[in-house]
Design a protein. Structure first.
Length: 172
């Protein structure tokens, strides 16, 4: 079966029109979603009276451009870099980037606890600087700590961050 030059030209025009529509749809989608990264709700936890620095870049060497207090609710993108999470929707004078160290971020809403709990188990438990941080000290079973913030996974105590599963309300 042979096609005429006229039929081939029409097919080319239709194909070009479809390609242009696909490209235009892609451009419209990109413009509509520009700057709208997926975000997740999270909270900041740290010792009472302390705060967490918001940094311009994902580095401890980067200057602080703001601060967050314990219990502050934040929105973070799915992006992470160097142990930091990118924070969105913060009103900062710089108008630039905003990064928070991930060790101070939790995804289940913390409750202010302000009570004593006891270390449980048969082995020592680590108390950390933050949820990703270095070990501050080891606590023996039966040690009583004051808990300030409690989530499903972590408790912020007077000795540091301790995994919630290793603490319970005892006869303290």
């Amino acid at each position: 079966m042979k096609y005429s030059t006229k039929q081939i030209s029409k097919a080319r025009v239709v194909l070009m029109a479809l390609m242009i529509l696909v490209v235009l749809a892609g451009i419209i989608w990109m413009l509509a979603t520009e700057g709208k990264a997926d975000t997740a709700q999270a909270w900041v936890i740290c010792q009472p009276g302390d705060y967490v620095n918001v940094r311009e870049k994902a580095s401890v060497r980067s200057g602080a451009v703001g601060r967050l207090d314990p219990g502050d609710k934040i929105q973070i993108t799915g992006e992470g870099k160097n142990g930091f999470a990118e924070v969105t929707d913060l009103t900062l004078e710089t108008g630039g980037g905003a990064w928070v160290y991930a060790g101070y971020i939790v995804f289940d809403e913390p409750e202010m606890y302000m009570d004593d709990m006891e270390v449980i188990g048969t082995a020592r438990v680590a108390a950390r600087k933050n949820s990703c941080g270095e070990i501050r000290c080891w606590l023996e079973p039966g040690t009583v700590v004051q808990v300030f913030w409690k989530t499903e996974e972590w408790c912020v105590t007077n000795r540091g961050f301790i995994m919630t599963k290793f603490l319970e309300v005892g006869s303290v």
